[in-house]
Design a protein around this ligand. Structure first.
Ligand SMILES: Nc1ncnc2c1ncn2[C@@H]1O[C@H](COP(=O)(O)OP(=O)(O)OP(=O)(O)O)[C@@H](O)[C@H]1O
Ligand SMILES: [Mg+2]
Length: 242
């Protein structure tokens, strides 16, 4: 793993009143140490996960509309006001990899369709548009991986069936076992979060802190739901029936 630390340069910030610095988890952020090859960001909707991931992607030099360094298409390009206040500490510095948002995957595929002259060799020999969303997503990893890369993924589960999420776990395992790749993944998926030996960082309660898998809502709510579905649903629907 290569990216060791993400620091918010608080001294460079004159005001925390506006987005994105006003988001409570960012407002209180100091630094995040990345100790594992796979780090997950979890937290409620709107807790600031995507904002921070996008900021990191921008400092890495990745296109924040999704893509790697050589993918400089600017459809839906966006910038992050946070990036100028972030410092990334590397050992060693790597520049391979990409940032991918599930929702911008289609645009990324369109771009590759337009510029690819290799018969999609890097992406499995088949246009990403002629593969399903999930198939295309997995072939991107299986075929575009180069040594020593960092991958920043925002909700990859949106493209993947449960069994394909297991395939992604296998890919994470294969790509990180020799410490050749590092992943930071924003997710709501209790399956992906189950990756062994990953760090999970919570953005809830306006704070960025480590959390154990079994203490996440994702694990607890899913487990309770699957084990007590009828009771759970009765509880949820109770008010409407009365
Ligand atoms: N361009 C923007 N201008 C102002 N506020 C924004 C902007 N983009 C996001 N926000 C706000 O910043 C907060 C954090 O958003 P962010 O997208 O980082 O959340 P998230 O943790 O990724 O949530 P989710 O799980 O729903 O994807 C939210 O309250 C959101 O409404
Ligand atoms: Mg998000």
């Amino acid at each position: 793993m290569f990216l060791k630390k993400v620091t918010l340069l608080r001294d460079s910030i004159s005001s925390f009143r506006e987005y994105p610095l006003s988001i409570p988890s960012i407002h209180s952020m100091d630094q995040i140490e990345l100790k594992k090859s796979v780090t997950f960001f979890v937290g409620e909707n709107g807790s600031g996960k995507s904002t921070l991931l996008e900021g990191i992607a921008e400092v890495c030099g990745f296109n924040t509309a999704s893509g790697g360094k050589d993918h400089t298409y600017d459809v839906h390009a966006s910038t992050s006001d946070l990036a100028e206040h972030l410092r990334l500490s590397w050992l060693p510095k790597v520049s391979n990899g990409f940032f991918l948002r599930a929702e911008s995957f289609y645009h990324f595929a369109t771009y590759l369709e337009e510029v690819d002259t290799t018969g999609f060799r890097k992406y499995g020999g088949e246009s990403l548009h002629r593969q399903s969303h999930g198939e295309a997503f997995l072939s991107l990893f299986l075929h575009s991986f180069k040594e020593q890369s960092i991958f920043l993924l925002d909700e990859p589960e949106a493209a993947l069936s449960p069994s394909r999420q297991l395939t992604l776990l296998r890919i994470l395992h294969d790509l990180t076992k020799d410490r050749q790749a590092q992943f930071i993944i924003v997710t709501h998926s209790p399956i992906l979060l189950g990756f062994p030996d990953a760090d999970i960082i919570s953005f809830d309660e306006g704070q960025i802190t480590s959390i154990d898998y079994e203490n996440t809502d994702h694990y607890q709510i899913t487990k309770y739901f699957l084990n007590h579905r009828e009771k759970f649903l009765n509880d949820i629907f109770k008010e409407d029936d009365e």
